[in-house]
Design a protein around this ligand. Structure first.
Ligand code: FAD
Length: 345
């Protein structure tokens, strides 16, 4: 027998010592979990080292199988991999995946649900949060305490510390550039992989969005979000034709090409190359900026780069305030010279 007070104390103790239970929605490509999703696992580790992490993968076919095996040994904190295998996830769309996240949460009652803060995660998490009737916290860059998060506001000019006081699950998107891959040994023993029963996900529940086609440029260059070197051009490049100089430089350096919004609006390059507040957030080892003034909205997307090099003919350009190396010069002289001096790849 146990008295009412000792029973409630036992329950309370049980409640507080309960393992933190986190679901990571992981994206994958060509049989591998994307780096940004592995960093979401790191963020879960920052919430609690006692975190029991389930990784959810949606897809179909051999690539999904390979990605599941990768996820099972990708990180020592992963305790299980959940696989939703269906044709409806051949090309996952956020609406369908939000229903999946809701279903998986109903089965597992997670304390946290996390995805990377990229175009997919930013589309998915608010939808899934609405379905689960909780308020998500986006763009998390630091976790000082469980349920307390730091996120940038005003284009990264201020940091806001927020406390989550809502009910479970606490849903987050995390800025992967802020959670570097740890040096923890990867698992020697792979964690178990289980299939999610998605039979209750009816067609009707899948919303009105359908995947139609994918248009992407055929390029051997690294993805802008993951590249070690990024070569960015601004309005100073003046035309799409001149941007080809940056393409050549990127080819020689094995770099990705980025652009400012002014360069995108000017039609020099497509929208997906935009870096900044309303574009991609990058943090490469080397960021080379040519003809970029350094507006705060642009800096918001690249100021975490390890080494920043700027070439601008205006010595007062704000970009020099964040640059590690600055060259006041005409880019149309510098770029051909650089191209000539760099060896062919
Ligand atoms: P400019 O500011 O015109 O600078 C061009 C620079 O090139 C100048 O400094 C000039 O000295 C230099 N230059 C010119 N010719 C040469 C030469 N021959 N050699 C060397 N240097 C030369 N911007 C982004 O980039 N990303 C965003 O995500 C983004 N989001 C935004 C969101 C909002 C809500 C708003 C209001 C704005 C946003 N912007 C964004 C726009 C941003 O405010 C700036 O307008 C933009 O970044 C400027 O781009 P730029 O540096 O290419 O052009």
């Amino acid at each position: 027998w146990c008295s009412a007070s000792s029973l409630s104390a036992t329950l309370r103790r049980g409640f507080f010592s309960r393992l933190v239970n986190t679901l990571i929605f992981a994206e994958h490509e060509e049989g591998l979990v994307k780096n940004s999703s592995v960093r979401a696992i790191e963020a879960a580790g920052a919430i609690s080292k006692e975190n029991s992490i389930s990784v959810l993968l949606a897809g179909t076919g051999p690539d999904l199988e390979k990605a599941a095996s990768h996820a099972a040994s990708a990180h020592p904190l992963v305790s299980q991999v959940l696989v939703a295998d269906s044709d409806m996830f051949l090309h996952p769309v956020a609406e369908t995946c939000a229903e999946l996240v809701k279903l998986v949460h109903q089965m597992g009652s997670y304390s946290y649900i996390i995805a990377a803060s990229n175009s997919f995660g930013k589309n998915l998490i608010p939808r899934a949060a609405a379905l689960l009737d909780v308020s998500p916290i986006t763009d998390v860059i630091e976790v000082p305490e469980p349920r307390i998060f730091v996120r940038p506001i005003y284009a990264g000019n201020a940091l806001c510390t927020v406390k989550y006081t809502g009910t479970d699950p606490c849903m987050l998107t995390i800025r992967s550039t802020s959670f570097p891959l740890s040096t923890l040994e990867s698992r020697t023993e792979a964690s178990p992989i289980s299939q999610v029963d998605i039979s209750t996900l009816k067609e009707a529940a899948l919303g009105r969005s359908r995947w139609l086609s994918l248009t992407s440029q055929d390029t051997e260059r690294p993805d802008l979000g993951n590249a070690r070197i990024v070569v960015t051009g601004g309005r100073g490049l003046k035309s799409a034709e001149n941007f080809k100089l940056l393409d050549k430089l990127a080819n020689k350096l094995g770099a990705a090409v980025g652009a400012t919004r002014a360069a995108v609006d000017g039609g020099f390059v497509p929208n997906e190359l935009q870096v900044g507040q309303t574009g991609k957030v990058v943090a490469p080892e080397l960021y080379l900026a040519f003809g970029v003034s350094g507006a705060i909205q642009h800096l918001a997307g690249m100021r975490d780069s390890k080494v920043i090099v700027a070439v601008n003919k205006d010595a007062d350009a704000p970009v020099f305030q964040v640059a590690d190396y600055g060259l006041v010069a005409d880019l149309f002289q510098v770029l051909p010279e650089l191209l000539e001096k760099l060896p062919e790849k």
